[in-house]
Ligand binder design. Structure first.
Ligand SMILES: CSC[C@H]1O[C@H](OP(=O)(O)O)[C@H](O)[C@@H]1O
Length: 368
């Protein structure tokens, strides 16, 4: 999307035809730094250390990581090594395994001499497919925003979102933000409550940065504010992203999403989840029980990095040295709390039958 009028994507193949450019999201919002990935290992580290993050972008990065690997070693052993290196970079977003399975299905059957070229072609397809899917999510989600706008002429539609499911979490458009950007571009009055999203503050650092540079009105709020706003009629709907949707419609997303869904349910606020179909995992039948929840370093909780008044970046500790810390990166919202799933093929109920009839190909993948 736009950064002060200039169009950007979050990842791209460089002009040299083989290295990969990506926005280093760890440096935002204070510094806009472009990283250059030149090896499979670079791609794996970029995913693990969250230089790139967001389920669809993790998948796209892994796809290019496989292409970089085929330049290094296109043998069957090299293909297996690349898959095994990348698939463990982060455990929760199913898009990582989806993209690697897509790449392996393309590369395994062909001559190793042809694998590098084929890998880049397939990775480019995955990248363009993500953009196309998110445009579809934008159009389907827009209808929900328009319906609310029609009931409050002249007033802004207030959308609450959690974490960053914006264009930075995908190749472009985002998932939860796709309908927001489209509504803004169509001239609808919209305002976004942006959950800061502790501990990594993807909302405060990334979503606010995105919306600000695109000109979308927004307000950053502490994570614990959402329930109060919903109680007082200040949220018309919530739209969040997801890292994996189980066959039963349970939704795994950034830690804190479940609590927002409970508050929305208690206050009759529609709670939607935006997702591309590669995020559906039919191999998992019960999301609350079976989706693996990543636990990350406690330093993400104990430390905070910010910019000093004189422009220096500084990291400070905010937790006593001897206090133990737990850092669960995701939680799972039961399907019963989800109003609907905004996909590229329409807005679906959060249940198995709706998902299976809309995406039969994902059912087949889940049984492989
Ligand atoms: C469109 S997927 C966005 C999804 O990914 C985020 O997780 P992370 O920043 O740890 O990669 C978060 O769960 C977002 O909702």
């Amino acid at each position: 999307m736009k950064v002060d009028g200039k169009h950007f994507r979050s990842i791209w193949r460089e002009r040299d035809g083989w290295s990969v450019g990506a926005i280093d999201q760890r440096r935002l919002p204070h510094e806009f730094v472009i990283a250059r990935l030149t090896s499979c290992e670079d791609a794996a580290v970029a995913i693990r250390d969250m230089l790139v993050r967001g389920a669809p972008l993790i998948g796209a990065t892994a796809a290019y990581g496989m292409a970089l690997a085929m330049r290094e070693d296109a043998s069957d052993a090299g293909l297996k090594r690349a898959y095994d290196t990348l698939v463990v970079a982060r455990p929760t977003a199913i898009n990582l395994k989806w993209a690697l399975d897509e790449m392996r299905a393309t590369l395994a059957p062909i001559d190793p001499l042809e694998r590098a070229e084929a890998a880049y072609a397939r990775a480019d397809e995955i990248v363009e497919q993500d953009v196309e899917i998110n445009r579809g999510i934008a159009g389907n989600g827009l209808k929900l925003i328009e319906a609310i706008a029609a009931k409050k002429p002249g007033q802004a539609v207030n959308v609450l979102t959690h974490c960053n499911a914006g264009w930075l979490a995908t190749v472009d458009w985002g998932t939860a933000t796709a309908p927001i950007y489209l509504a803004h571009e169509r001239g609808l009055k919209i305002h976004v409550w942006v959950d800061e999203t502790r501990p990594r503050n993807q909302g405060a650092s990334l979503t606010a940065w995105e919306l600000g540079h695109h000109g979308v009105p927004h307000t950053v709020i502490p994570d614990n504010t959402g329930g109060h706003l919903m109680q007082h009629g200040m949220v018309d709907l919530a739209i969040v992203g997801t890292d994996r949707v189980a066959a039963n419609g349970d939704v795994c997303n950034k830690i804190g999403t479940y609590l927002k869904a409970l508050a929305a349910h208690d206050n009759g606020v529609p709670f939607y989840v935006a997702l591309p179909s590669p995020t559906i995992d039919f191999a998992v039948h019960d999301g609350v029980r079976d989706i693996p929840i990543e636990q990350r370093s406690g330093t993400e909780v104990t430390d905070m990095t910010g910019r000093t008044a004189d422009g220096r970046l500084e990291t400070v500790r905010i937790v006593p040295e001897n206090s133990p810390v737990a850092n669960y990166a995701f939680d799972v919202t039961p399907a019963r709390l989800v109003t609907g799933l905004i996909t590229e093929r329409g807005v679906l109920k959060a249940d198995r039958d709706s998902l299976a009839s809309a995406f039969p190909e994902r059912v087949a993948a889940g049984t492989e």
